[in-house]
Write a protein that binds this ligand. Structure first.
Ligand SMILES: NC(=O)c1ccc[n+]([C@@H]2O[C@H](COP(=O)([O-])OP(=O)(O)OC[C@H]3O[C@@H](n4cnc5c(N)ncnc54)[C@H](O)[C@@H]3O)[C@@H](O)[C@H]2O)c1
Length: 331
């Protein structure tokens, strides 16, 4: 690959996930060049550049684009500003990998999709679970067998922020991605947790998809551990996935399949993975590498804005505390 890369936003996610992914891609492919990083807090950008050992740092991303003219950009800013910057990048024709969520709400995501369609600019949404080695292995095991039902569970510890839907969107997207087809309806129950803070709540959602699959999703932001687990039912088969989210539990994750009451397959995330580090087991490295390969080939990635819009519509529902989602009611 012959590409120069810039990043906008050098905060927590840029350092913990994108920096090591970039470092590995740069090591593996001598044709890649890190051109620059920008952050409103220039000190963070300087630190990012120093840790990567390449490129120049900026306080103004527009200046960075003018001076570096990168082949692509990684956009890792807070969700409150992502849509405005992403729309400008898309309309400028700069291939962009944009962090989730795709703006503050589905309306912003739809405007982004319009900008992508108008410009035809190469872009990829960063729903990293789609790239997790264990999710890729799950899809391989399924070999096209239709999913009948998914049980998905997301637990977190002390997550009292009023925008937990921007994390829940990962689970909504993952179930949509696995189930296939649009979500035709979602019924949600909200359980406020006043002792944990205003607006903090558990959510249980039941979804039906265009493929005929159903899913039940459980979101518990103030539980006892960081975990995400899936139980996937196909005809005559049960597949279980324990995702190694953030490496928080120190295990590499697990995929197991049962049939007729017997275990027919089991492998841990290390055996199936891209490597042991969090940025590898959580799909960030694979996500970046596939984006760069697509940009290099001049090809639109599979993870377009169009594929991410469904999860944004559902996350709007959780944000607004709506009990029922139906696609026509969302417009
Ligand atoms: N995929 C995941 O699992 C995952 C995990 C964490 C965060 N994220 C996403 O990554 C994004 C960033 O999250 P974070 O935790 O790094 O936030 P953060 O607040 O730690 O970092 C964001 C950085 O962007 C900078 N910034 C803000 N406006 C800017 C602008 N106009 N130009 C340049 N820099 C600007 C801020 O100064 C800050 O340094 C969010 O959209 C978040 O949802 C994704």
């Amino acid at each position: 690959m012959e590409l120069s890369i810039c990043i906008i936003g050098c905060g927590g996610q840029a350092f913990q996930s994108h920096l090591p992914s970039l470092a590995r891609c740069l090591r593996e492919d001598g044709g890649l060049r890190f051109a620059g990083c920008s952050d409103l807090d220039e000190e963070r950008a300087r630190r990012f550049r120093a840790e990567l050992g390449q490129g120049r740092s900026y306080g103004d991303w527009r200046r960075m684009l003018r001076e570096e003219r990168p082949d692509c950009v990684l956009l890792v800013t807070p969700f409150t500003v992502t849509a405005a910057i992403a729309e400008e990048l898309l309309r400028l024709g700069v291939p962009t990998l944009l962090e989730k969520p795709l703006g503050e709400n589905a309306a912003q995501a739809r405007a982004l999709l319009q900008a992508a369609r108008d410009s035809g600019t190469i872009h990829q949404v960063a729903f990293n679970r789609r790239h997790m080695p264990l999710i890729r292995a799950l899809l391989d095991r399924l070999q096209g067998r239709p999913i009948r039902h998914i049980d998905y569970r997301m637990h977190r510890v002390d997550r009292r922020e009023d925008h937990f839907h921007t994390t829940a969107v990962h689970g909504l997207d993952l179930c949509l991605y696995l189930a296939g087809g649009a979500c035709l309806e979602m019924h949600s129950l909200y359980q406020p947790l006043p002792d944990q803070g205003i607006g903090v709540q558990n959510v249980q959602a039941l979804c039906r998809y265009g493929s005929g699959a159903t899913a039940s999703l459980s979101f518990c932001p103030c539980a006892g551990l960081v975990c995400e687990q899936l139980a996937v039912c196909v005809d005559g088969g049960s597949l279980f996935v324990d995702l190694p989210i953030w490496g928080a539990r120190g295990n590499p994750g697990l995929l197991a399949e049962y049939s007729g009451g017997e275990r027919v397959f089991q492998a841990d995330g290390l055996a199936l993975g891209d490597g042991p580090a969090m940025f590898e087991s959580n799909g960030f490295y694979h996500q970046l590498r596939s984006f760069l390969q697509d940009v290099d080939a001049g090809r639109m990635p599979a993870d377009t804005l169009e594929t991410g819009l469904g999860a944004m519509e559902l996350s709007d529902c959780l944000r607004e505390g709506r009990a029922l989602y139906r696609p026509d009611a969302a417009l």
